[in-house]
Design a protein around this ligand. Structure first.
Ligand code: ACO
Length: 177
């Protein structure tokens, strides 16, 4: 699990993880905007390539390497600070979270979330963190409500593109200041 120094190099792999796991997808520039604007808040979980992978002429891990040398992203949390908080309170927001099926139920999502929450509190003095989740998403709801302690603030009818309602959820972070 790592707050990876060359996070920007991993953006395509983060995007692949997102597309594989969720119907809500984003242009690459939106990931880049998060990385440039709130570099402390987003985290990835990676598996490193095993030794013995084919290398290309520029050597392992360099830009443009297509030989499989980059770590593979198996989970990410994409997070930001709300830019114009309606209540005037600086707070964080989880834009997207997912973990590859092959790596679920290992505690990765919980850890990614806790790392982002801590960074929101310590780097930005966020009062709370908010997110939206589909009402049918049992796994994510369990994670947010039962494991992390989020509370449902309200239901947002027809929030998703396919018409499904969302729970808008919040977790207070002031105790982490
Ligand atoms: N069923 C019931 N509870 C679950 C499940 C599940 N399938 N998965 C996680 N939980 C709960 C459990 O309480 C679990 O603790 P336990 O394993 O000790 O019982 C706790 O969450 C922590 O689980 P993690 O192992 O940290 O969760 P994981 O790494 O597997 O990731 C996630 C959970 C992100 C919801 C994953 O299932 C996933 O990627 N789903 C598809 C994408 C998705 O729904 N993302 C969230 C959308 S909302 C948003 O992005 C803001």
């Amino acid at each position: 699990l790592s707050s990876y120094p060359s996070y920007i190099d991993l953006l395509p792999s983060i995007q692949t993880c997102n597309i594989t796991n969720l119907p809500e997808n984003y242009f690459l520039k939106y990931y880049l905007y998060h990385a440039l604007t709130w570099p402390q808040l987003s985290f990835v979980a990676v598996v490193r390539p095993r030794t013995g992978y084919k290398t290309n002429s520029s050597g392992p891990g360099l830009a443009g390497d297509v030989s499989g040398q980059y770590p593979k992203v198996v989970g990410y949390v994409l997070a930001k600070m709300e830019e114009e908080p309606a209540d005037g309170k600086p707070h964080g927001h989880i834009t997207s979270l997912s973990v590859m099926r092959t790596h679920r139920r290992l505690g990765i999502a919980e850890r990614l979330m806790r790392m982002s929450q801590r960074a929101m509190a310590e780097s930005h003095r966020a009062h709370y963190v908010s997110l939206h989740v589909r009402m049918s998403n049992v796994a994510a709801l369990r994670l947010y409500r039962d494991t992390l302690g989020f509370e449902v603030e309200k239901v947002e009818a027809g929030y998703y593109a396919d018409g499904e309602d969302a729970y808008a959820m919040k977790l207070n972070l002031e105790k982490m200041w």
